[in-house]
Design a protein around this ligand. Sequence first.
Ligand SMILES: Cc1cc2nc3c(=O)[nH]c(=O)nc-3n(C[C@H](O)[C@H](O)[C@H](O)COP(=O)(O)O)c2cc1C
Length: 353
Amino acid sequence: MKRAQRKLEHIKYALELGDGPRSTHFEDIRFLHNCLPEINPADIVLSVEVFGKQLRLPFLIDAITGGTDSVTDVNAKLSQAAAKLGIAMAVGSQYGAVRDGKGYASYEVVRKHNPDGVIIANISALATPAQACEAVKMLNADALEVHLNPAQELFMGEGDKDFKGLMDNLLRIRDGVEVPVIVKETGCGIATEEYARLKAQGFTHFNCAGAGGTNFPAIEASRYGKELAGDFAGWGLPTVWTLLDSAVTCNEGDFLIASGGIRNASDIAKAFALGADVVGMAGNVLRLVHEGGVEAVTTYFETLAEQLTRYLLLLGAKTPKDLRNVPVIYSGETANYIANRGYDLAALSKNRR
Ligand SMILES: Cc1cc2nc3c(=O)[nH]c(=O)nc-3n(C[C@H](O)[C@H](O)[C@H](O)COP(=O)(O)O)c2cc1C
């Protein structure tokens, strides 16, 4: 299967399949009303500093595509929207491009439309340090996402099934590039055990990309005319659970992108409450740009920002980060999850990270 064809099929099936079937479990979290918020809307600050640059809004258009001329227009539009909004953008995997020396224009267009913005390169954990450096150079990128996607590879006919040596290679990549390396999943989440292993090796930047949104194992199966059944149909750690795992493992100084099926201001407020520094979205943004271009993407994010401000106001939080200290209540399977994992429910209800 040619790489260009695969990139187009990912877009086609992401649009066709949509989110799920797994829930993100944001519905298991409730905020408590604060009747004395003591906040003036004028004091609310959504802007955050990321990689030495200021984002106007704390959002990321996460990795979607690149690598073939037929997706240059999608990346151009996403980049124009990101520049207009003052949000960050990551490109789709550049692994094939740097390996084959082809398809650079579809990525370079992202920096062209957003010369001063936060742009994140993206590469496979199988890349060599030289390939990772080339991916960063292609975009003059501010950071590099290295994606972990074993479940996707497993159901991709042409996927890499040998997962041995990934940590060693992650370390080689991190030591070989000059920008921060963000360890990223692609929709199955990162569990405490792996956060802990990564942190023990000195990694401090993560993109949890939990389950409940874009379902890559299902996309890969669809490319071969198959449908996943049983455990594999909804494989992965729901976004709320991977966020809880990061909350009990990560420290104040770590950097966390929350992503995976985050679709509205309620999800966003809860993701910040669970410790996010920035919130990322991919599948829904792809649909918006596909159906309504730059305008639809910008309107969507501006609306989310307005609605997020209402949450901050009603919860007495001046910044999204302050939401980490507002009380929340856990119910349903998420309360069970917290009990099963032996986490302190009362402590996680008061503050996270
Ligand atoms: C069409 C498509 C292609 C993607 N390609 C990549 C990729 O190349 N590298 C990567 O790290 N993630 C990739 N992703 C995963 C997203 O960056 C994100 O982690 C995942 O979709 C979960 O977010 P969502 O539920 O908001 O879509 C892709 C997502 C979509 C929809």
